[in-house]
Design a protein around this ligand. Sequence first.
Ligand SMILES: Cc1cc2nc3c(=O)[nH]c(=O)nc-3n(C[C@H](O)[C@H](O)[C@H](O)COP(=O)(O)OP(=O)(O)OC[C@H]3O[C@@H](n4cnc5c(N)ncnc54)[C@H](O)[C@@H]3O)c2cc1C
Length: 429
Amino acid sequence: MPSKRDDGAPRPRVLILGGGFAGVGAAQKLKDADAEVVLVDKHDYHTFQPLLYQLATGLLEETAVGHSLRDLLHDQENTTVHQDVVSAIDLGAREVRFEQLAPLSYDFLVLGMGAEVNFFGTEGAAEHAFPMYTLSDAMRLKDHVLERWEAADRDPSLVEDGALNIVVVGGGPTGVETAGALAELYRADFARDYRGISAEQSRIVLVEAGPEIFSMFKPNLREYAQKALEKRTVELMTGVAVGSVAPTRVTLKTGDVLNAHTLVWGAGLQGNLLVQSLGLELERGNRIGVGPELNPPDHPEVFAVGDIAAITDQKTGQVLPQLGSVALQSGHHAGETIARRLASKKTKPFAYKDKGTMATIGRGAAVVQMLGGKTMKGFKAQVAWGTVHLALLPTNEDRAKAVVDWAGEGFTHQRVGRISVQTDERAPA
Ligand SMILES: Cc1cc2nc3c(=O)[nH]c(=O)nc-3n(C[C@H](O)[C@H](O)[C@H](O)COP(=O)(O)OP(=O)(O)OC[C@H]3O[C@@H](n4cnc5c(N)ncnc54)[C@H](O)[C@@H]3O)c2cc1C
């Protein structure tokens, strides 16, 4: 669709920053709008974060977790995609600047740049921890774990130094899912493949500063998750915080030192740091507070959606959690609202449809808590988790690929992504 109308007047520009669930959701709802839609993301792919831990443990390949943004939107004639980093946003001048692209003005702006890891100032964490937020984080963790096992295979003395031990920080879904998946990788796959190393010589320790893991779930689900982790040999340490991180040692605030060459950080998020320069009042966790139509105060032309926004649920009065379904639904709502405004139609406030809170712990072990308080656990809950997450995947092709990989692993324990490719390896001269 040309950027000008038949009468020569320019089409209004909708600028979408971020190609996560929220940004892509907004773009999809603008497919038929009489507008020029521009989506900019620093990556050329959309990341499906809920499955990052499966990439990190070799259960899925990178193309099942990252999907080309251009491919996702290539059927939308009115939409252009650019890969670049947003460097500044001037809400007063209605202009966005980028690292390389020329500045872009807008008629409507959708802020969907997500959140960033928050190390809460923990010494050494930024340098040595492995966060789990991006596709490259997950691949870096996978490569590092594979590399440590190969190193220990060549030099068994490394095992005593903690080369195979992993400390996972955070007893929320990210930490629990990652610890459970790593334990299964260790006990089901590596135990068979590295015959010289006995499974007991490697530890996976989950550290949570609060009194319990899964604090967002009901007590019966918390207890179930704890038992399911312990069955998988994950050691739980609750009520303990990490004080500092070094390449091979983790020091707890109690002064205890754990020998571990790997620390996975799944403990905290904050809204994208760019929001601090917008001149808006921010809510807890560096998030942009928005009204019922997802606009920050005094900016009806700006929409903040997904993890970057603090969206209050109209039904409960609570701020909605940073979840894929909240991001997708709020992105859809922003796109629809803009399309309706462009067509001079009435708009309505955002109403979140809660599909339940859920998390997996390992094969056949998951928990689901529905809005009305009903709970599910075990295999049934894992099927529910799979169904909801397959629906969030961006294309049918991705869904089919995930089902095949999950089924394959379920029957054979084989992991399709269990190799480490060194991209800096040189060809022989
Ligand atoms: C490990 C993990 C597991 C999770 N598990 C679940 C789960 O099981 N179920 C669930 O519902 N939710 C889960 N979530 C949460 C869910 O993934 C997020 O709520 C969701 O991805 C938020 O979507 P978003 O579009 O707001 O942000 P994101 O998905 O983070 O997308 C933001 C986009 O903005 C881009 N961007 C950022 N900064 C810039 C910049 N300066 N310039 C250009 N582009 C930029 C990024 O590249 C990214 O593509 C999980 C999250 C993580 C990290």
